[in-house]
Design a protein around this ligand. Structure first.
Ligand SMILES: NC(=O)c1ccc[n+]([C@@H]2O[C@H](COP(=O)([O-])OP(=O)(O)OC[C@H]3O[C@@H](n4cnc5c(N)ncnc54)[C@H](OP(=O)(O)O)[C@@H]3O)[C@@H](O)[C@H]2O)c1
Length: 250
């Protein structure tokens, strides 16, 4: 089967491409670096020709509210138009748990991306994931003020990129749900506790302060703002195992 992975060179994209190629599929790892650009349209029609499945794992180069909204709207429109012309039979996109009940600029952009997919008429599956364990360092950086890192004590259930990629590959080969699948890591704990555990494990001396008023990319976090409320498919890799693997890979 021919599968196009938009953002196929990124964190989740490169892992997903490897899994699908291992399974014997013809996979196009599409990104600006490989001559396929979902914003300018460059290389899109050629990449889509003969494809049955398109997996959208692209991400905006900037997380600034206006830029990220424009990115996901323009990219989504261009992809879905090219897919309709090519007769693609399954559009899979990676979104984020709670984007429709927790407010920040990035989440609003992901809501816009989902709406375009739902209105496109192309059979689809939207996978809403919790935050990636690989994103912990970026989260700490965005919440740091000198040596203090302020994080909400709301619940957090991060998932390893390897688990995300395995589920994305699996979903891409299954029948479209025309709906949403939620996925999360196997462990749930207060956000501030997980970030503190991460910083300690990597020898980062910054101190995590648990602060209910601390914002997450500008948005307020309540107890259940970032975790699935209903049934979710869980990854297998917990924090300790992820750390062990990350150290081994480094
Ligand atoms: N971070 C999280 O915790 C989290 C949680 C849930 C869901 N997600 C979602 O997961 C998805 C993948 O995230 P990631 O961390 O794997 O992303 P990433 O590592 O930042 O990779 C982004 C990918 O997008 C590509 N890209 C950028 N601009 C493009 C364009 N104009 N046309 C085509 N491709 C373009 C990049 O290509 P180049 O290498 O050529 O620049 C790269 O392959 C995102 O949609 C994100 O919203 C993230």
């Amino acid at each position: 089967m021919k599968i196009v992975v938009i953002g196929g060179t990124g964190l989740i994209g490169s892992k997903t491409v490897a899994i699908l190629r291992e399974g014997g599929h013809e996979v196009v790892a599409a990104s600006p670096n490989t001559g396929v650009n979902s914003i300018t349209g460059e290389g899109l029609n050629e990449a889509m020709a003969g494809a049955q499945v398109v997996i959208d794992l692209a991400n905006s180069p900037s997380f600034e509210d206006k830029v990220v909204l424009e990115f996901f709207e323009t990219s989504g429109r261009n992809l879905l138009t090219a897919e309709a012309e090519a007769g693609v039979r399954h559009h899979v996109a990676l979104s984020i748990v709670a984007i429709d009940r927790t407010d920040n600029g990035y989440f609003r952009a992901k809501v816009a991306q989902e709406k375009l997919i739902e209105a496109s008429g192309i059979p689809y599956t939207i996978i809403r994931s919790t935050q990636f364990l690989e994103f912990l360092s970026g989260i700490a950086a965005s919440a740091a003020d000198g040596n203090i890192v302020r994080i909400s004590p709301g619940l957090f259930q991060p998932i390893a990129a390897d688990d995300v990629a395995a589920i994305v590959a699996d979903v891409a080969l299954a029948v479209p749900r025309n709906g949403i699948l939620e996925i999360a890591g196997p462990e749930r704990a207060p956000f501030s506790e997980i970030v503190a555990r991460y910083l300690k494990a990597v020898g980062d001396p910054r101190e995590v302060v648990s602060d209910p008023e601390a914002r997450y990319f500008g948005g307020r976090i309540e107890e259940y703002s970032l975790v699935p409320l209903g049934e979710a498919r869980l990854g297998r890799i917990g924090f300790d195992e992820w750390l062990r693997r990350s150290r081994a890979a480094a």
